[in-house]
Write a protein that binds this ligand. Structure first.
Ligand SMILES: [Zn+2]
Length: 120
């Protein structure tokens, strides 16, 4: 059973939250919002479009305050995507498909990917 940290909006399989190290986590419920991915502004629009097409509800949170965005320019703003746990797996597949060639995740990500392309 996946655990959930309500502080980080993160679902994971370990005993404590990998981000804040908190141990007071609970089982993930289908309607928990889970962190999906973080993308630059230019990509976030594209991802949002695809999620809408697939009928996956999501929440976006900008990582910069409006003031910062003004100074650095909207292109440098990044957007965090959150989806309900019930949709998390599907949403991750979409992200993988969209960004698999363009994103190089740094360091210790498992490289083993089970190639399940069960598209519906
Ligand atoms: Zn946490």
């Amino acid at each position: 059973m996946a655990k959930y940290c309500s502080k980080c909006c993160l679902s994971f399989d370990t005993e404590r939250c990998p981000v804040c190290k908190r141990k007071s986590v609970r089982d993930t419920e289908p309607d928990d919002l889970c962190f999906l991915t973080e993308k630059e502004q230019i990509w976030s629009g594209m991802l949002a479009d695809v999620l809408k097409q697939k009928n996956i509800p999501f929440t976006q949170k900008s990582t910069m305050g409006a003031g910062m965005a003004l100074r650095a320019g909207p292109l440098f703003e990044t957007v965090r995507f959150y989806v309900f746990y019930a949709h998390l797996e599907k949403a991750k597949e979409i992200v993988d498909e969209l960004f698999s060639s363009s994103t190089e995740e740094n360091d210790s990500e498992e490289t083993e990917e089970c190639a399940d392309l069960n598209q519906e």
